[in-house]
Design a protein around this ligand. Structure first.
Ligand SMILES: [Zn+2]
Length: 361
């Protein structure tokens, strides 16, 4: 139990140190790219990548973490556990690239967004897509989602949300809220006004890390969506027959139908997966968000909303801000030892079995 609890490092700098040490122990090549700004202890904020040895033009397994800042507590624990395991039992028979903390600001400051309040997984618009617009219902819901005052203990959010669900329907409401918006800079699910630091660094470095691989499997680790403790694979791009075949062979026989069923409720603009696939960095690029569920959607939304409210409208050391931050951390990395043990095992199994299937391909 202690080993599980200790695997989840809330402190970004410590998690990054652990990642760097574990990758160095395997003699993997390390890169570190500053995004600007500093963490709460004055530490530089960086996106780190570790690449296993191996020549160009070989298949690559990519595992990325921390796109949503605070979710990196979980993703970093998974990456560290895999590196330790591979050091003890041998590395997979494919080249591996680990990307640590795509949004280091959010990890360090325990937010889901970056320093500009940007949901980085809504920021990866393609070159011809404008950073503007919002779902029609978002403006209508702005007052409910983004109140311009510090959070109060009771503000009737659940009742008002229930009324909004009754009026719009759950699916339409989810689409309006979580698709991403580019018109409310202090609002939830804001996709930014231009490519973020993470977007620019990945655009610059991902081709070198992929290095002419004939095939890529990319798992991007997330928490907060789906049933408690369960793992769901999600996609945000169309899958043709050739990609479907690779998806099934490398991620497992049931992965695609499950991902498609989940994706029916998952509409996002500016997602990382669609962007990676659109860049055609490899002839076959299989991408999936690996989501590990925590709490129900209204609980997660309520905590996101309160933290965002506190961040913009209360002082950093106010009791309501501290409480909102703690509850946000718990929303994306529950304190429950059982949840931590189960999800860590599930994620390690997912990556290990994917690596084994991919190596046999
Ligand atoms: Zn996420």
């Amino acid at each position: 139990m202690t080993a599980v609890t200790g695997a989840f490092l809330i402190d970004y700098a410590k998690a990054r140190d652990r990642f760097r040490s574990a990758a160095a122990a395997l003699a993997w090549r390390l890169e570190s790219h500053p995004v600007g700004g500093a963490g709460p202890h004055g530490e530089t904020l960086t996106i780190d990548a570790a690449c296993s040895p191996g020549g160009p033009a070989t298949p690559v397994l990519v595992v990325s973490s921390g796109m949503h800042g605070v979710e990196g507590i979980f993703g970093s624990a998974v990456q560290a556990r895999l590196l330790d395991r591979w050091r003890a039992h041998g590395t997979p028979d494919v080249r591996v690239v680990f990307i640590h903390a795509i949004n280091p600001f959010g990890f360090a400051w325990q937010r889901r967004t970056d320093a500009d309040n940007v949901d980085v997984n809504r920021n990866f618009l393609l070159d011809d897509e404008p950073y503007s617009g919002a779902p029609e219902a978002y403006a209508e819901l702005d007052g409910l989602l983004n109140p311009r005052r510090p959070p109060a203990r009771w503000d009737g959010f659940r009742l008002r949300a229930a009324l909004a669900i009754a009026r719009h329907g759950m699916a339409a409401l989810r689409r309006a809220v979580a698709t991403g918006q580019y018109d409310f800079p202090r609002g939830l699910f804001f996709g930014g006004a231009h490519p973020s630091a993470a977007h620019r660094i990945l655009a610059d470095r991902l081709p070198a890390w992929i290095d002419d691989a004939p095939a890529v499997v990319h798992l991007d680790l997330h928490t907060g969506l789906g049933s408690h403790g369960a793992c769901h694979l999600l996609v945000d791009f169309p899958i043709d027959d050739a990609l479907a075949d690779a998806f099934t062979r490398w991620l497992g026989p049931d992965a695609l139908s499950a991902a498609n069923a989940q994706a029916a409720g998952y509409h996002a603009r500016g997602g990382f997966g669609r962007w990676c696939v659109a860049r055609t960095l490899a002839p076959t690029y299989v991408f999936a968000y690996a989501e590990f569920g925590t709490y129900g959607p209204l609980t997660v939304l309520d905590r996101l909303r309160r933290e965002n409210q506190a961040h913009h409208w209360a002082t950093p050391d106010a009791a309501c801000t501290i409480r909102a931050r703690h509850r946000l951390v718990d929303a994306f990395c529950p304190a429950s030892t059982r949840w931590r043990a189960a999800t860590l095992d599930r994620a390690v199994d997912l990556v290990s079995s994917t690596a084994a299937r991919f190596a046999r391909r």
